[in-house]
Write a protein of this length. Structure first.
Length: 215
């Protein structure tokens, strides 16, 4: 069963791919959607060079497309269909945990592209999942977050202590509601760690972002 992974660059999509690989799925390609300028990822604000470095460390090709939010579904479905034929895929893997509208959308676009959606993390306990990710060897930092968390959390490495601190603020341990996004620097899928620097922090409306660069 050859699979594509909807790759955000963060912990959830990474762990979903790790879990799928353990379930006998064979990873063939990663897919990420960049902003209209094609410079950073649409969801996490991660530069394309860092996404390519992750893919190289995982020994997988990555397919990057640019899209506005308005054309996102059309462009994503088109990419799925293209990659299905190119890599003879049967399934696409996603890292969502328990937000039903997200699963409904993923199943819709996969069906339209002739693929089956696989969600290995579905309906697992969020905090237990994060702890399992850490214990599995995933190393990740926070690269964007909401104003409840604030700028001080940017660049911080995910740890048990940090999870406890987030929960004390009323923030979900996994950030499943969009409170924060992460970048995986190392994991069992990678042959080596990804060296990055945080150049500066930026605020856009009620959300904070990091400007990242490969070392």
């Amino acid at each position: 069963m050859s699979i594509l992974c909807s790759w955000s660059g963060g912990k959830d999509s990474c762990f979903a791919l790790m879990q799928a690989a353990r379930q006998a799925y064979i990873p063939k390609v990663l897919l990420n959607v960049l902003n209209e300028e094609g410079k950073i990822s649409r969801s996490h604000g991660i530069p394309s060079a860092i996404l390519r470095a992750q893919a190289a460390a995982a020994g997988l090709p990555i397919h990057l497309i640019s899209s506005s939010w308005q054309d996102y579904e059309m462009n994503f479905t088109g990419a799925l269909a293209q990659l299905k034929e190119q890599y003879q895929l049967s399934h696409a893997v996603f890292g969502d945990i328990d937000l039903q509208p997200h699963r409904d959308w993923e199943e819709k676009v996969c069906t339209n592209a002739g693929l089956a959606a696989v969600l290995p993390l579905w309906q697992q306990n969020r905090k237990e999942l994060v702890i399992e990710m850490l214990n599995s060897g995933i190393e990740a930092i926070i690269v964007s977050c909401n104003s409840v968390m604030g700028e001080r959390f940017l660049g911080k490495k995910i740890s048990i202590e940090l999870i406890d601190e987030l929960e004390a603020l009323g923030v979900d341990a996994c950030g499943e509601n969009g409170e924060f996004h992460t970048l995986v620097l190392n994991c069992p899928l990678f042959t080596h760690a990804i060296p990055v620097d945080v150049l500066r922090t930026l605020q856009h409306e009620n959300y904070w972002f990091t400007e990242l660069v490969l070392k």
